[in-house]
Write a protein that binds this ligand. Structure first.
Ligand code: BG6
Length: 464
């Protein structure tokens, strides 16, 4: 009988800037996310005292986390992915000392999880960095930021080594190519060469964090985090197939460096062909040799690639420039739904790296309707998650080593791409809306009990 391993991590995934709120409380500094009130692709808007953005309060997880964690525990979560806001620990990034109030917040958060036997899976940097490091140093374009990040990583490893054993370095590290401010703190009109130099610094910082984690938390495990942007050729024309290989290498490159410890030849050729003279020192090459223990990734959709320029078009609302697949349906936000693609991706990653895999984001962003009796019948979400989990189980049958599944947004949160609240992912509804109104009250959707049963039966209740 097909089954998930008994040790499987079941849970949900969140990010500090999308749930916590309290954006300037207890000494927290401004982050890049705080100055991007319109989402990860949005313009930077310098904050002025008194103005508000949706993420400033978000869903107020900073104050309500004990109740939210109790609800996650009720669903049977044995794992919860959260991120630490770097700006709670080092408000400006280059501060002489860490901010004790920020460190104390995550202590109590991890203690609360422990009370419910929930294992924390912690992202060091999820789509945010101290804004002061961007203003004063030029973001990841500046080599000095590597040292600031390493100090931050070492500080949190030391502080939480008894409480946190599972770590991730940078969320969707390949997104910097599409959203440079969000990924590496560079303006959107930066040249490709500048972006790749900043990415190089971030890859070195990621490897130094891996090294530090192995030293400080020897019994822990640390992974990378990729946006699993699997692409298919639009046709079987050899040109389309080759271009697809190159497009997939666009994201695989990050995994190749992080899992294998060196730049792949195809990337060095790409830099040569484009005249990018990156500064990569011997010390950098040495640092990159500290490789991750497991590969984690997000999976929402697949897309197609064509070498025919006339056919190239942007998929509606899509975060990547992907040609729509004529065989797939789309979500309300134009993200194409492809459960079998998850099985393909898991196999591709396993074949390529032979390292344990962890699906740390997957879910359906949709508009939910609250009925007169307060119920929310999100059958579309149940069906999306059911079908993806069935394919994850198939991949396990294929021989893939899969550590766990944390669905994106187990509780409604502020979306990343456009900073909306109407795009909901949760099993738990939050009464807050795009215009900022709402009581912030929580209520269970139909999917709450569905996921609870999936976890309780270790997947046996899924409908194949
Ligand atoms: C991933 C991010 O890109 O997708 C999350 O890691 C994000 O932060 C999620 O929220 C879903 O995207 P969106 O734009 O629907 O929130």
């Amino acid at each position: 009988m097909k089954a998930f391993p008994q040790t499987f991590y079941w849970g949900g995934a969140t990010a500090a800037n999308q749930v916590e709120g309290a954006f300037l409380e207890d000494g927290k500094g401004l982050s890049t996310s705080d100055v991007q009130p319109h989402g990860v692709f949005g313009d930077v808007v310098e904050r002025v005292p008194g103005d508000t953005g949706l993420k400033d309060i978000a869903i107020d997880f900073y104050h309500r986390y004990p109740d939210d964690i109790a609800l996650f525990a009720e669903m049977g979560f044995n794992c919860l992915r959260v991120s630490i806001a770097w700006t709670r620990i080092f408000p400006n990034g280059d501060d002489a000392e860490p901010n004790e109030a920020g460190l104390a917040f995550y202590d109590t958060l991890f203690d609360e999880m422990a009370k419910h036997h929930i294992t924390p899976l912690v992202t060091l940097s999820h789509y945010e960095m101290p804004w002061a490091l961007v203003k004063n140093y030029g973001g990841w374009g500046n080599r000095k930021v590597i040292g600031f990040f390493e100090r931050y990583a070492r500080t949190v490893f030391e502080r939480y080594k008894g409480k946190v054993k599972l770590w991730l370095t940078f969320n969707e590290i390949n997104m910097s190519l599409h959203a440079p401010m969000t990924g590496v703190g560079l303006p959107s009109d930066s040249s490709k060469a500048e972006v790749y130099q900043a990415i190089h610094h971030q890859l070195v910082a990621s490897a130094l964090a891996v090294k530090a984690c192995h030293e400080i938390v020897p019994e822990g495990k640390i992974g990378n985090m990729l946006l699993g942007g699997l692409m298919y050729p639009l046709s079987c024309k050899p040109d389309d197939v080759f271009k697809t290989l190159q497009e997939n290498r666009g994201w695989q490159f990050f995994g190749d460096v992080q899992a294998r410890g060196a730049y792949p030849g195809y990337m060095l050729r790409y830099f040569r062909d484009n005249g990018f003279a990156l500064e990569i020192t011997d010390a950098d090459r040495d640092a990159l040799k500290s490789t991750i223990d497991f590969i984690s990734f997000s999976y929402y959709m697949t897309g197609c690639v064509t070498a025919d320029d006339a056919l190239n078009q942007k998929a509606r609302g899509n975060i990547l420039n992907m040609v729509p697949n004529p065989h797939l349906e789309s979500s309300e936000w134009g993200w194409q739904i492809d459960p079998l693609g998850l099985r393909t991706l898991l196999n591709v990653l396993w074949d390529r790296y032979q390292k344990p895999l962890f699906i740390v984001e997957n879910g359906l962003g949709a508009k939910d309707k609250v009925e007169a009796d307060g119920s929310i019948n999100d059958d579309y979400r149940i069906s999306y998650l059911n079908d993806h989990l069935v394919q994850a189980r198939e991949a396990i049958e294929d021989g893939v080593e899969l550590m766990g599944f944390t669905s994106w947004g187990p509780i409604d949160l502020v979306s990343a791409s456009k900073a909306e609240l109407s795009k909901r992912y949760g099993f738990i509804y939050v009464d807050r809306h795009d215009d900022g109104t709402g009581t912030l009250a929580r209520s269970k959707k139909k999917s709450f009990d569905w996921y609870k049963e999936v976890i309780a039966t270790n997947g046996a209740s899924l409908k194949a």
